[in-house]
Each structure stands twice: as C-alpha cells, then as structure tokens.
Design a protein around this ligand. Structure first.
Ligand SMILES: [Fe+2]
Length: 344
C-alpha cells in the first residue's frame, strides 16, 4: 500500500507489519505528516518497495510470517544502506532488540504495543538522521564532481563527458536491477573514470590529430595512475574497478590487465559502454561526433569484441525508447549542472 500525502520532495517512510489493524492505526497516525507513506504486510513485499523507492526510514515489526524483521533489516544494510532502520517488537523480545542494534545498525527499537507518541518521535528522529546523512553525501558528491570537472578542464573537448557517462551508466545499472548503493558508486566511478588523465600532458590530450603510437602508449597509463589515486583516496572497490578496468575489452585485448569476459568487473563493463557511446557522439579536435544512429551501429559492431554483448543490447534497448537521453543536446554542452535520471 502506498499513499502520497505530499509532493515529490517529501521523504518516503515504509511501515512493515503483517497486522492490518496495526498498519491502519499507523496510517491514521501519520495521515497529516509530510511524508510519502508506504506499507507492506511482509518483508518480501517491503523489499519490492525498497527497490522501487528511495526509502528514508523503515519501521518493521520483528515477528512476521516468512522473513523476520531482523533478517529484513540486515538485508537492507546492503540493499539500501542509507535507509534509517527502526524495529518494533514485544518487550519480551529484548534479545532481538540488542541483536538488532549490534548487527543491523538499527537506529531505534520501539516496544509493542507502542504508544503513538513514541512511534512518532522515533520516525521523526529517523528522518532527521536521514537528512543529515544526505547532506553529508551531497558534500562528498560535490567534491567528487568537482574533481571530475577539474580533469575535464585539461581536455575541453570532453566537457560534460564524465557527467553524461554517469547518466548513461547509472541508467544501465538501474535497468540491470543493481542495488541503489551500487548504482550510486557506479555514478561516482563514471565521474572519476578518467581521473588518471591528470597525469597526461595537455598537448597530447588536446592534439589536433589522432594519437600517435607513442602518445597512445602514454595515454593508456591513465587507468593505472587513476586506480592509484582511487586507492589512496580510499574510494570504494566499485569506483576503483571502474577507474582501473574501463578500457579492458571483452575479448581480452584491452588494458591494463587484459581481462576478458566476466573477469572484467560488471561495473567496468557497464561504464565502458557508456564511455564509448559518449565519445562516439561527441566532437573531438580531429573529427566530428557521429550521429546517434551511426554510433548505435558502431556499438553493435563492438558486441563481443570490445564490449559485453548483453550490456550493449541493454543500452541500445534503453536508448531506443521515446524518453531516452537526448545526446545531441548534452553533446552541445547543455548538460545539467547535476546529473539527472533519464527514463530509457
Ligand atoms: Fe579512460
């Protein structure tokens, strides 16, 4: 059950309880609050909702048919780590409360039968905690995006490239059904995939001709240099994999490690498709960008050689939709200040 009490800016709160009466009571209690209200009768139903919405706070009963509330909240740690978790259970279940706090990063424990006021306070404190987390994440994102834009300054022809690669790759990650936190790391990895280019001479990056063999050998080192930066900056393994492996080829002929097929981390295979597509449709100092249809045909020709065929197919399907990203508009430098989520 999902109600929308307010506009799109309201935060989503999910209540999980197999008792219809309890859900009805909570529904009435929060009817005047500025939240988007979701309810689920089981952990399985709740997981579906978590995959569809950015849930700020989840309040879950512990004893339910199927997966327990505790198991559900433990799963949430990896699927939706930013969601603030509140467990409801009977007083006699105090051991579960301690386990929840210790193993599942549960924020509050509400004893059942609960007082309305206690539940309201717990949810509002949970929302405040969520907002704090989001504010800190935005600061981190701003730093990462600024770094990516600094790299683009070295090579003006790639203006907006990292942002666009992030848009394409995030959409692919969504379509692949990857958890939300993995989608986010793929976005960060997309922004930073070429951070090693900071070590490449501008005269090479901005040369008016295709690279000579010698220049190409030099430029190829950017993936390893970038990976060193990502390790030293303590970035996630997903980001490190993207930075190091975005030039591996599906047939094993890429660099720096010559990985093949599924040896290449999935996130790097995803970003490779997004990266190559954007490079194809963008003007370079030595050639005009290709038309969208031509770029699609070139990508299709790379299936199984340069690129993962399944991901190319998924990308082409995404881009064929009526709501696909408009690459011409983005390529003209009209990229949004922040990445957006196109439907595709
Ligand atoms: Fe690169």
């Amino acid at each position: 059950m999902t109600d929308r009490y307010e506009d799109q800016m309201s935060e989503h709160v999910l209540f999980v309880d197999d008792s219809k009466m309890t859900i009805k009571m909570i529904h009435d209690l929060f009817s005047s609050e500025d939240i988007v209200f979701h309810a689920a009768a089981s952990a399985e139903e709740a997981l579906q909702l978590v995959r569809q919405h950015e849930i700020a706070v989840v309040v879950s009963d512990n004893v339910m048919p199927g997966m327990s509330g505790l198991q559900f909240l433990s799963l949430l740690k990896s699927i939706s780590p930013d969601t603030v978790k509140i467990l409801m259970s009977a007083f006699a279940d105090l051991d579960s409360a301690l386990e929840a706090i210790n193993t599942s990063e549960v924020f509050r424990f509400v004893v059942k039968p609960f007082r309305e006021e206690d539940l309201m306070v717990a949810v509002n404190e949970g929302l405040r905690r969520y907002r704090t987390k989001m504010a800190m994440r935005k600061e981190d994102e701003d730093v990462l995006l600024s770094l990516a834009q600094t790299i683009e300054l070295k090579d003006p022809s790639t203006r907006g490239h990292c942002d666009r690669v992030g848009v394409y790759a995030t959409r692919l990650a969504q379509t692949l059904g990857l958890p939300r936190n993995v989608q986010r790391e793929i976005k960060y990895g997309s922004w930073l995939h070429d951070c090693g280019k900071i070590g490449v001479a501008e005269s090479i990056l901005n040369g008016p001709h295709a690279l000579t063999d010698e220049e190409y050998t030099h430029v190829k080192q950017h993936s390893e240099w970038g990976a060193d930066v990502a390790v030293r900056a303590n970035l996630s393994q997903i980001v490190r994999n993207i930075v190091r492996h975005h030039h591996e080829r599906y047939d094993g002929q890429g660099y720096p490690d010559g990985l093949a097929g599924e040896e290449i981390p999935l996130e790097a295979r995803v970003v490779a498709v997004a990266d190559i597509y954007d490079a194809l449709i963008t003007d370079r100092p030595y050639r005009k960008g290709f038309a969208k249809g031509v770029a699609f045909r070139i990508l299709a020709d790379m299936r199984g050689s340069e690129l993962d065929p399944a991901i190319v197919d998924l990308f082409l399907t995404c881009m064929a939709g009526p709501d696909a990203v408009n690459p011409a508009r983005l390529a003209a430098g009209d990229a949004p200040a922040r990445p957006y989520q196109p439907a595709c």
